[in-house]
Design a protein around this ligand. Structure first.
Ligand SMILES: [Zn+2]
Length: 100
């Protein structure tokens, strides 16, 4: 059995670094216009995009996704400056295996 190649991917929203298979990374990038999002962020963006597209009938799925992505990135930018986020970020630094 062949082992899937694992690569590091960094979330464009919250900066989380995860080890993922290449296929998974490419799949996420394809869904979000070339950006890679972590599991939490991609779920939030997909949710928001689904809400936007059903709410505003004029919005295409792709446009809804872009808008949701922008909103979520702005939201994550705000979180990043909060003390609670910095604690979580410190935890991640500790757990990170990709920096070398
Ligand atoms: Zn994220």
């Amino acid at each position: 059995m062949e082992t899937a190649a694992v690569e590091c991917a960094k979330c464009e929203c919250c900066g989380l670094v995860e080890d993922c298979t290449r296929d998974y990374i490419l799949g996420v990038r394809a869904a979000f216009g070339g950006r890679w999002l972590c599991g939490l962020c991609s779920e939030a963006v997909r949710d928001e995009a689904a809400r936007t597209t059903t709410k505003t009938k004029t919005t295409t799925a792709a446009a809804g996704m872009e808008a949701a992505l922008r909103d979520h990135m702005a939201f994550c930018g705000k979180c990043r400056r909060s003390p609670a986020f910095r604690v979580a970020d410190g935890m991640r630094q500790m757990l990170r295996r990709c920096s070398k």
